[in-house]
Design a protein around this ligand. Structure first.
Ligand code: DX5
Length: 219
């Protein structure tokens, strides 16, 4: 069975907020998705702009919205969906650890014709999401503790990627955190096909070159 297409999801968390559209434009041709990390300073010890940041965006690249938010409500999720009609949202990802009624939230996302996705932190076992695998289009396996970019890739998490790929040969499996030209080949070998990358791209003068380094490393 063929693994789904490799995708680069460039996370704007470490982009220059004052040059956001310029930096996004610079790498649009090499980004399958732009990841928008959203933090509430409750589920993770950090805070980011909320849905309003989408009003600034001017891109045709579909968005990978990652909610690191405690108990995101339907109204809260709708605020992202309605923020900017010119944007295409590919998926909205919620954390298994943050949703007491995960199925309800995933079904709500899908009812808005957006791909539902679920994320699990490094210490969360795959068993925690086994009963929602048929409710999602993608699983995000965090390879760092969520909250900050620039952290070190936790390689042991790849065991979960391997196991998940066996169970779901055709599903999108994203790794998120510490992905660079050294760790990307390990993640793809384990079975990941969506690579979220922030600091390795945006902290690099040559942002396109950084993406090309990753693509060459996994050839
Ligand atoms: C961490 C975020 C990640 C982070 C990745 O909480 O979910 O997407 O931005 O950043 P890097 O690629 O720098 O580890």
């Amino acid at each position: 069975m063929k693994m789904p297409k490799l995708k680069i999801s460039a996370s704007i968390l470490s982009a220059d907020i004052d040059r956001l559209n310029d930096e996004m434009k610079e790498i649009e041709a090499y980004s399958d998705l732009f990841q928008v990390d959203v933090m509430d300073n409750k589920f993770v010890p950090n805070i980011t702009p909320q849905a309003e940041i989408l009003k600034k965006f001017d891109t045709k690249v579909p968005l990978d919205i990652h909610l690191m938010v405690q108990e995101p409500s339907e109204e809260y999720i709708k605020s992202f969906i309605d923020a900017n009609p010119n944007l295409k949202i590919n998926n909205i990802t919620v954390h298994q650890e943050a949703c007491s009624d995960l199925v309800k939230i995933l079904d709500f996302i899908r009812s808005n014709n957006i791909k539902p996705a679920v994320a699990i932190n490094p210490k969360t076992p795959l068993d925690a999401i086994k009963d929602v695998l048929d409710k999602v289009e993608m699983v995000v396996v965090m390879t760092v503790e969520p909250g900050f970019s620039g952290q070190k890739f936790i390689e042991s998490v790849l065991e979960k990627v391997k196991e998940l790929r066996k169970i779901k040969p055709e599903m999108d499996i994203e790794v998120d955190g510490g992905v660079n030209d050294k760790t990307a080949p390990l993640a793809v070998k384990a079975g990941a096909n969506v690579l979220t990358v922030s600091s390795f791209i945006f902290k690099n003068q040559d942002k396109v070159g950084a993406i090309k380094k990753i693509l060459n490393a996994i050839k």
